[in-house]
Design a protein around this ligand. Sequence first.
Ligand SMILES: Cc1cc2nc3c(=O)[nH]c(=O)nc-3n(C[C@H](O)[C@H](O)[C@H](O)COP(=O)(O)OP(=O)(O)OC[C@H]3O[C@@H](n4cnc5c(N)ncnc54)[C@H](O)[C@@H]3O)c2cc1C
Length: 400
Amino acid sequence: MHEHHDIVIVGGGLVGASLAIALENSGLDVMMLEAASPGGLPPVFDERNLSLAEASCHALQALKIWPLLRTASPIRRIHASRVGDFGHVSLDAGEVGREAFGHVVIARDFGEALETRLGDVASLTRCRPARFIGTRLKEDGQREVRVADAEGERLVTTRLLVGADGMESAVRTALGIDAQRHDYGQTLFVSRVRPQRAPDGTAWERLGPHGPTALLPRFDRHYGVVHGVPSDEADAVAALDEGAWLARLQAAFGWRAGRFIASGERSRYPAVRVVAERLTAPRAVLLGNAAQSIHPIGAQGFNLGLRDALTLVEEITVHGLDDVAMLDAYTSRRREDRERTLAFSDGMARASSNKGLAMRGMRSVGMAALANVPGLRAQVAAGGMGYRGDVPALCREHSR
Ligand SMILES: Cc1cc2nc3c(=O)[nH]c(=O)nc-3n(C[C@H](O)[C@H](O)[C@H](O)COP(=O)(O)OP(=O)(O)OC[C@H]3O[C@@H](n4cnc5c(N)ncnc54)[C@H](O)[C@@H]3O)c2cc1C
């Protein structure tokens, strides 16, 4: 029998699952394909620590995901500095009338909350394990999607194909959309670290000449650590025993957060940027990492992808699925947020890899200037809280 769904979402990771939940009351019949099997979470819901900007926290509350999170921990201050430079930036949420800039959650916990919430979404057909393997535009204007699952291959038609299938998006490739790639030459190690002095809600960023080191305050008296190293040193860092790893972190970060006394397991990720040259094709759209994968140092990737998903839902509500203006409106609304967030994350990443003295001086001036200009501080804080460009309504507090 011919299978048809109004929307087919490829990828049930952070962004695809959030989109499926946000479409709950749209009246549309939605299918979500996910390569991972039921009974376990997709691999992306691992031990990484996710910093959720205030705008994302508001949206997750409106989507009824927030109460299901068990590990949310507030970020009350942000402290950024660079090895060898004078000046640092310290922003307190109280300066912008907030108790917190956002919250830290563990990706695994977030995945479990999404999984529980997805169970309530009656309009959703979940297909897993199932892989997207191709698509074409049919003569009648609909999209045909080729799906492979345990029973073999089948065809599904849809009015909108959504590629939320991550950095190496097969949907992006099948649509013929090119992507620009940049390798930062860094490997990022993630683990949890227990400090002697309990975290006080400060998120720390230390930009070193060979990579960034960031500490996010967790609910369990640990910091979530991201430590970037040159990729050619990654195997040696992976082989360090706990004591040597802690000594390396302490040397890279310094003593501002006290002594590090224990560490959990380490996982590693390549630091690359992959940016799709277009966001849409006829009856198709890319969201989240499929549209833009950015360096994790600015903690923006999911926050940006969630705003992609919520903006898409708003434009579908205004234009419906069959109006070509819907995808144009989506692209145009995402432009500013996407460009500014990419520039911010890229700037942070490059600031922690450039050893040139001229750049170094300029960055010091930048840090010192930012530290003292109230308007600039407020702008940086607003960006960090997820308010860049035309923000979807669910990200605003009144929509709770
Ligand atoms: C170390 C690290 C720390 C980070 N910290 C933060 C942070 O603090 N804050 C933040 O906002 N972001 C952070 N990010 C970024 C964040 O993890 C990503 O932006 C987010 O995972 C993107 O979600 P996504 O759904 O677009 O893609 P993914 O999470 O990659 O999900 C893609 C899904 O698609 C599925 N899939 C792939 N191919 C197919 C196919 N052919 N068929 C069917 N399914 C398929 C995969 O199984 C997967 O479940 C961090 C990233 C890293 C690596």
